[in-house]
Structures are given as structure tokens and as C-alpha cells.
Design a protein around this ligand. Structure first.
Ligand code: SF4
Length: 882
């Protein structure tokens, strides 16, 4: 097999990859989005191609079934439900992981033929506020800029974006631009993240005060004479209204700084820098979007660019970066419940007629459907009676996850398509095995409107099939064979491209009509291309709006007044919980959790908290905290960090019941929604903390994953030969025979294995090793004092390794581990360099720069995602002790 060029399945940067004939995955030097660079997640993709845990057969009610039986059943149950309760009694909940072709078929089936708007996507949780902000400013959901703007800007403002961890290749590109020509970087984020560490200025604003900050900027720009009245007069409207709203309740820097909880001098420095820099790019992401005022935050940012005419020219403009690999593609086809198709809306009768005619749709949906949170509310209260969930895990990621689980349990008919078992697949009556990245064939669109091919380079295991095929099969079986007759993704793509140009005539900027005539070979060979590409276009699309041309009735953009709406109350809770991503994990870890290297940087969900807040509730570093909101409670280990704002805590969104007994942070989050976009406020949940007593500590190493007794809080960490579990006893350690039964339930090893045991009841210590065929099969250490646990780094390589007779006593006594130094967490996941190795190298070799660390240890020389952390270690080690 020759090398296959494809696209990364993780974030919206859309990096090009080469799947090599030797099984490795590398960056594609020819792809314009990344020019060969990858982050740690992309670099570890080859380690995730293990089929051992994949879903490979359809199942009905837990029993293996044929595709025919499963698809016939889905078609019949959806038909029956629609006949009895109407089209709005069914729903699809899909994903930014879906390819554009998957999305297109699902949207056509729901909106064109079932006749409901009830298809929404987990992109609702990611960038719905950006979409709503774009539409009300520009008239259409459009990102005006291109990635070259990251190179060409003189000032880049990152708002609510930890790009160093969440969009690392773009962040590396920005740092390279700074090295080349001194780009200034400002980060606006409540947390001091890796991105903030690399910035020239960090404004740690209080959560939810972005509108006040950008309103203040608009007023400052006006007062400083920086409004481009000529440009505004010709290309924008509503400046006066936006300015009037921006001045309320005050445009004084001191007042705004007090509202935002930041230093007035730092705020003025930012305002001044923005005012006098023409080439300014404002990048925003989930920290802006995931808010009950998300759309207003987006508008407040865009207002500043429209007022100064800084849009669509090199190095300037508002720039939304999407979390998911194909959030943009989903928006193109109309995968959000409030969109119709191809950037056409429900409120336009001509558009509805055009789509109905193009699809020859029997009953086109006439109004928007339910957005994600509303959709699961409707399932909960019985209005929706059949749902098909595709490539997403709402039992973990939606707010009030406990209520979502209850809804799925009560729903009369739940279909789930996925590649791996998840918390959500446990609720499936019909479970469909989906083809995964590397097996699927189609397209994705990156944050800069660039369409790239995802190409297959391996066979799907068992009977796994692509999502577009599943939807098309059900469409045919529901009675519409002609409308769902495609035999390959290229045919779906051609129809999607043709619809974008259908009766368009320049009314909509999303137009890829030029790609509607690609034959199969040309589709196969399609190179990354940025839209718009209307029929007849000979070159790809570029920046938008430098000279106006907004797709509105009068061709002008709209500034939108964004009066501050004030903050919601905390309901008696002392802290605000912010949720988000960590550097090396993706979504609910179904793929990244397969690569042990990606768990070497952060291996467990922890609650980051300022030491002052921790002390107030008696929590020490590493203590177990019970986190309670109005919607649920969970246990998280605390990690004290001075980088947290006082009054705010942070927990990662990735962990599920597959990886921890209580990792699902979605169960704490409420359903506070942005009123326009319907995007939930995932970053500001009022919570309280209590210290949870831990009666004993444990380490369990075994081959298989599986549930553990609920008397333990546990976290599972995949390791090269099996699984490591960290245990915290929530009740007293059992004694006598109960202890041995408890140990046996944890170890779960086969009867033919040899068991070595050492018990010291007085000190509260149990050590058990299970040896089979001379190799360590499992081991368990339970202790009252966590300091008595062996170092994990020494223990992990022993799983599956030979245990010589002479070493058995040492193994149980723990002496073997004492001689092996634990290295601490890995900083560089690509080259496996630990934090301690970096510190040691800096001290002993007097290293002075990240470059010198790279030369000595290799750290930071592959994807570069760890460079901000290497800089932090350098600062730390060099910092004189007071
Ligand atoms: Fe994939 Fe990383 Fe590139 Fe995002 S930045 S597309 S996760 S390689």
C-alpha cells in the first residue's frame, strides 16, 4: 500500500496526515493547514488503531443481529412513531465527528423526508454561539479570515482559547510568527493557561465578563478616534446603537476593570495596543461560546472589528476556531436544528422552496427543530419517543448528564451508532457498529473553510459500516429509495455541492458549486480547497469582506448592541466550576484513551483549585473533594494551583464511567443556555466543596478493564500491558476473609494463576501478586497511608514481565520498586520525556532555553505542544528561592 493522505480526526485545525505503508502516521508537509506539523494527539494516532475494543456487530436489545434486521427495525419503529405521534416525535443527535457526507444524508432524511427539524449535533456545545454571532453580524455563518492571518497579524488576541493545548498546531504557527516578526500576543482568560504563559499580556478576567471588556474596548476605540467611519458608512450599520449600549453602565476603564476583576493598567495597555494596531486578529473559542451570553460575547468582539474596518484584510479580523474536526462541515449541510441546509434558513420561503425542489422532498420541515438540551428535555418528558444518536456521548457531555441518562433509559426507542462502547451505548436498544477514522471516506471542513479529504487506509473491523450508509439504508427502508440511492460518498458530496449552488446566484457565500461536477476519480484525488468555490471558480476562496459584500439585504454588516446582562446568582454556592479540555485528550477519550502515551501527561481527572480556596474548605493538595452543584455531586481529587482565579475551579470534561467511578463532570453542569444559540454555559456552574474522608489507598494493576466495587473511588489508566487503577477507599478497609474476598474481586485473575500474598493487619497493608506462567498477571496494594504505595512508574513495566523466583519476596515487600526512581508525569508525550528528566537536565547541564532542552533530551522537538510547559519548568528551576 502506498502512503494515503488524509485529515486528523480531532480538532478544527484540520491537519493533513500521511498514513504510511509502514503503519506510522505523520504530518503531511503538503497540507496547507499544518505543513507537516502535528500535536501530541495527532502524533499518537497510530497507537489508537487497535480493534480489540471496537463494536463489530449490530445488536438489538443486547443480542447480536444482522444489519438487515437492525435497519428494518429502525425504519419500522421510526415509521410507526411518526404515524402515531407526528414527525416531531423522533430526533437525530449527531456529531462534529461525522463527515460532511454523513451529515448531509442525516439532514436530508430528517428535514426533507421525515419532515421535522429535530436533528441537532454536539457542535451545539462547541460553537453554536459563534454561528449565531456570525449570522446576526454578517448575514451568514462565515469565518472571514484564513490561517495566513495568524502569520501576518501584528497583534493576536486570544479570548477564551487555550490554543496551546486545544489548537496546538495553530498556536505553534503563531509562536513562529512572533519569533519571525514580533507579533504581540494577548490572552483573555480567567485561568493562567499554557497559552497565557506564552503571551505578552494576560488579562485574567472574571468568568462571564467578556461582554463588559469588549464593550469597553468599543467605547475606547471611539474615544481614541479609531473608528473607521468611512468604511462603516459604506459597509456596516448600527454603529451608534452598539456604541450607546457599550457605554452602559460605564465606559470608564476603572469601572470596567472592577467589573472584570482585573488590573486597570493592564486593561488600558490592552485597549491602547488594540487601538493603535491595524493588523489585529481576535481569536475566540469555547471560553466565549460556552456561556449564557455566548452570542453577545461574539457580537461584542465582532463589533470592534467592524467599527474599525479591520476585517478581511491580511492579519486582521474576528476568527472563531472550532473544537471539532468537522463542526464547519456540519454547519454547511444544515446539521444544526435551527438551520435548513446549505446555509439556508427556515425563515426564508424562497430558500424552503429551493431546498424542497432540489430534494423533491415530500414534506420539508417548515420550522427549526429542538436544540441539543431542549431535545433531551423533550426525550425526558416523553415528547420525543425515538432517537438516533451518532458518534457522540450525550450521557457524559450534555449538561445535567444524570437527567440525560434518565431520559435515555425511559425513551421507548434508542438507536446508537458508535465505534466503541461508551456510557451512551449502554442505553441503546439498537446498537450499530460504525466505521471509524482510517476506515471512512469523505470530507471535513476546518475552521478556515478548508475542505479536506478523509481517506480510508484500513478495513473496518467485523461488520462496522459508515454512518452515511446507515442513514441512507434507513431512508430507503422508510420508503424513499430514489432520494437515498447513492452508492458511494462521492455521489453524496456531489449532491451536497450542487445544493450549495442551487438557485444561489451570489445570495449565499457558502457555494461549492464548482465541486459538484467532480467525478469519482477527481473526488478521490481532491486536494484541500477553501470555499467559496462557486461554479466556474478557478481558484479557491480567500478572505471575505475587505470591501464589504455582506450577504444581507442591503449588503452591509450589522453591529449588534450588546448591553451587559449581569451575572446569574450562585444559589448559595461559593465557587464557579469551569470545564474544558486538557492537552492530550479528546472528547470522551474513546480514541485518545487507547494510547497510553497520551495519559502520561495527565492521567486522572483533577479539580484545579487555588490554594486559598482549598484552605477555606480544609482541602490539602491531592485530597478527595466532593463537588456538589444543584444538579448532582461527584468526587474529584484536588490539585492546588496558583494559576486558578480565586473563587473559580476547573475540571476536565473528558472522563467517563469507562475511566473513572465518578469522572463525568456533565452531571454537575446546569441547563443555563444562551437565549439565541441554545449553547449551554459549560464554564460557570456554581458548586460547593467538601473534603471526603479516604479510609485506605490502593493501586491495582491488571490486564483487563472492568467495573470495580462501589466502596472505592477509582480511576483507570490504560498502560502498555493492561490497566492501572488508583483506588481511594470510601469505607473502612475490610478485614479477615472479607479483605481477601475484596482483593479477589479487584484482581479478577483466573483460577490457574499462582497467588502471592503479604498481609500486615496492624499497619493496614495488603500486597497481592498474581503470577501466571512465570509472569506478573496482576497485583494489588492496599495501604492506610498513601506514602506506603509503590511508585507507579516502577510498577507499570512489571505487568506481563517475568517474575524470577528470587524476586518474589522483594515484589511483595515493595523493595524492588525502591531502587527504581519514579520519573513523574511525562511532559513531552511524543518522545516520552518526563518532568523530572527535564528539571534534571536544566540543572546539571545549565540549559537556558527550550531549544537547548530539545537538543539534549528531544523534548519539544516533535509536535511542540509541550513547549509552553518546558518554558514554565525553565522559569521554575531558574527562579531564585526567596
Ligand atoms: Fe489534529 Fe492536533 Fe492538528 Fe488538531 S492540532 S488537527 S488535534 S494534529
Amino acid at each position: 500500500m502506498s502512503d494515503v493522505s488524509t485529515t486528523c480526526p480531532y480538532c478544527g485545525v484540520g491537519c493533513g496526515l500521511l498514513a504510511r505503508s509502514d503503519g506510522s502516521i505523520t504530518g503531511d508537509g503538503a497540507h496547507p493547514s499544518n505543513r507537516g506539523r502535528l500535536c501530541s494527539k495527532g502524533a499518537a494516532l497510530a497507537a489508537t488503531l487497535d480493534d480489540a475494543t471496537r463494536l463489530t456487530m449490530p445488536a438489538i436489545d443486547g443480542r447480536a443481529a444482522s444489519w438487515d434486521a437492525a435497519l428494518d427495525l429502525i425504519a419500522a419503529r421510526f415509521r410507526e412513531t411518526i404515524a402515531r405521534h407526528g414527525p416531531d416525535s423522533v430526533a437525530f443527535y449527531v456529531s462534529g465527528q461525522c463527515l460532511t457526507e454523513d451529515y448531509y444524508v442525516a439532514n436530508k432524511l430528517m428535514k426533507g423526508f421525515i419532515g421535522s427539524g429535530n436533528i441537532d449535533t454536539n457542535s451545539r456545545l462547541c460553537m453554536a454561539s459563534a454561528v449565531a454571532g456570525h449570522v446576526r453580524a454578517f448575514g451568514e455563518d462565515l469565518v472571514p479570515g484564513v490561517y495566513e492571518d495568524w502569520d501576518e497579524a501584528d497583534l493576536v488576541v486570544l479570548v477564551g482559547s487555550n490554543a496551546a493545548w486545544c489548537h496546538p498546531v495553530l498556536h505553534q504557527r503563531l509562536l513562529a510568527a512572533r519569533a519571525a516578526h514580533g507579533t504581540k500576543i494577548v490572552v483573555i482568560d480567567p485561568r493562567r493557561t499554557a497559552t497565557a504563559d506564552a503571551a505578552d499580556l494576560h488579562l485574567p478576567l472574571a468568568s462571564g465578563t467578556d461582554v463588559a471588556l469588549f464593550n469597553g474596548l468599543l467605547a475606547y476605540l471611539n474615544d481614541a478616534g479609531r473608528i473607521d467611519h468611512r468604511w462603516v458608512e459604506r459597509h456596516a450599520a448600527e454603529l451608534d446603537a452598539a456604541l450607546a449600549a457599550a457605554r452602559l453602565p460605564s465606559a470608564q476603564i476603572d469601572d470596567i476593570a472592577a467589573e472584570c476583576g482585573i488590573d486597570p493598567e493592564a486593561l488600558e495597555t490592552f485597549y491602547d495596543l488594540f487601538a493603535r494596531t491595524e493588523r489585529v486578529l481576535t481569536v475566540y473559542s469555547q471560553g466565549v461560546n460556552q456561556s449564557s451570553a455566548g452570542t453577545d460575547k461574539v457580537s461584542a468582539i465582532i463589533n470592534c472589528h467592524l467599527a474599525t474596518g479591520r476585517i478581511g484584510r491580511p492579519g486582521m479580523g474576528p476568527f472563531s476556531v472550532t473544537g471539532q474536526p468537522n463542526a464547519m462541515g456540519g454547519r454547511e449541510v444544515g446539521g444544526l436544528a435551527n438551520q435548513l441546509a446549505a446555509h439556508m434558513g427556515f425563515d426564508d420561503a424562497q430558500a424552503r422552496a429551493a431546498v424542497a425542489a432540489f430534494w423533491q422532498a415530500e414534506r420539508l420541515a417548515e420550522r427549526p427543530g429542538l436544540k441539543a438540551v431542549e431535545m433531551f428535555d423533550a426525550i425526558h418528558d416523553g415528547r420525543i419517543k425515538a432517537v438516533w444518536i451518532v458518534a457522540t456521548n450525550p450521557a457524559v457531555t450534555l449538561p445535567r448528564a444524570g437527567r440525560v441518562r434518565a431520559a435515555l433509559k425511559a425513551c421507548p426507542f434508542v438507536v446508537v451508532s458508535d465505534c466503541w462502547p461508551t456510557d451512551t451505548t449502554t442505553y441503546a436498544y439498537v446498537l450499530l457498529p460504525a466505521a471509524a477514522w482510517g476506515e471512512k471516506d469523505g470530507t471535513v471542513t476546518s475552521s478556515e473553510r478548508r475542505i479536506s479529504r478523509q481517506r480510508p487506509f484500513r478495513r473496518a473491523p467485523g461488520e462496522a459500516r459508515p454512518d452515511w450508509w446507515q442513514f441512507a439504508e434507513v431512508g430507503r427502508r422508510m420508503g424513499w429509495p430514489a432520494a437515498f440511492a447513492w452508492d458511494r460518498p462521492a455521489a453524496v458530496f456531489r449532491e451536497h455541492a450542487a445544493l450549495s449552488g442551487h438557485r444561489n446566484n451570489g445570495r449565499r457565500i457558502f457555494d461549492i458549486g464548482a465541486l459538484a461536477t467532480l467525478d469519482d476519480a477527481a473526488y478521490d484525488a481532491l486536494q484541500p480547497v477553501r470555499w467559496p468555490m462557486p461554479a466556474g471558480a478557478v481558484s479557491e476562496g480567500g478572505r471575505l469582506f475587505a470591501t464589504g459584500g455582506f450577504p444581507t439585504a442591503d449588503g452591509r454588516a450589522r453591529l449588534v448592541p450588546t448591553p451587559c446582562r449581569g451575572q446569574s446568582g450562585r444559589g448559595g454556592h461559593a465557587l464557579l466550576l469551569n470545564t474544558g479540555r486538557i492537552r492530550d485528550q479528546w472528547h470522551t477519550m474513546t480514541r485518545t484513551g487507547l494510547a497510553p502515551a497520551l495519559l502520561s501527561h495527565t492521567s486522572a481527572p483533577v479539580l484545579a483549585i487555588h490554594p486559598g480556596d482549598a484552605a477555606a474548605v480544609g482541602l490539602a493538595d491531592g485530597a478527595l473533594a466532593r463537588v456538589t452543584s444543584d444538579h448532582g455531586d461527584m468526587l474529584l481529587q484536588t490539585e492546588l494551583r496558583h494559576t486558578q482565579r480565586r473563587g473559580e475551579v476547573f475540571a476536565p470534561m473528558h472522563w467517563t464511567e469507562q475511566f473513572a467511578s465518578a469522572g463525568c463532570v456533565g452531571q454537575l453542569v446546569g441547563a443555563d443556555l444562551d437565549p439565541l444559540s441554545g449553547q449551554p454555559a459549560l464554564k460557570a456552574t456554581p458548586v460547593s466543596l467538601l473534603s471526603e474522608p479516604v479510609h485506605f489507598h490502593g493501586l491495582l494493576l491488571r490486564r483487563d478493564a472492568g467495573p470495580l466495587p462501589d466502596t472505592c473511588h477509582w480511576v483507570r489508566v490504560p498502560v502498555p500491558e493492561g490497566q492501572l487503577y488508583r483506588l481511594s477507599g470510601l469505607a473502612a478497609m475490610p478485614a479477615g476473609d472479607d479483605l481477601m474476598r475484596f482483593a479477589a474481586s479487584l484482581l479478577g485473575a483466573a483460577d490457574d494463576a499462582e497467588r502471592l500474598e503479604a498481609i500486615d493487619p496492624r499497619r493496614g497493608v495488603l500486597r497481592v501478586a498474581v503470577v501466571r506462567d512465570g509472569a506478573l498477571e496482576a497485583c494489588l496494594f492496599l495501604v492506610r497511608d498513601s506514602a506506603a504505595l509503590p511508585p507507579e512508574a516502577a510498577l507499570i513495566p512489571m505487568l506481563g514481565s517475568p517474575v524470577p523466583d528470587r524476586a518474589r519476596a522483594q515484589l511483595l515487600a515493595g523493595r524492588m520498586y525502591d531502587r527504581i526512581a519514579a520519573e513523574g508525569p511525562r511532559v513531552c508525550a511524543c518522545l516520552g520525556v518526563s518532568r523530572d528528566a527535564v528539571r534534571h537536565g536544566i540543572v546539571t547541564h545549565r540549559l537556558r532555553s527550550v531549544h537547548e532542552i530539545g537538543v539534549l533530551l528531544g523534548a519539544g522537538t516533535s509536535c511542540g505542544s509541550c513547549i509552553p510547559e518546558l518554558e514554565e519548568i525553565l522559569r521554575d528551576v531558574r527562579m531564585p528561592v526567596a
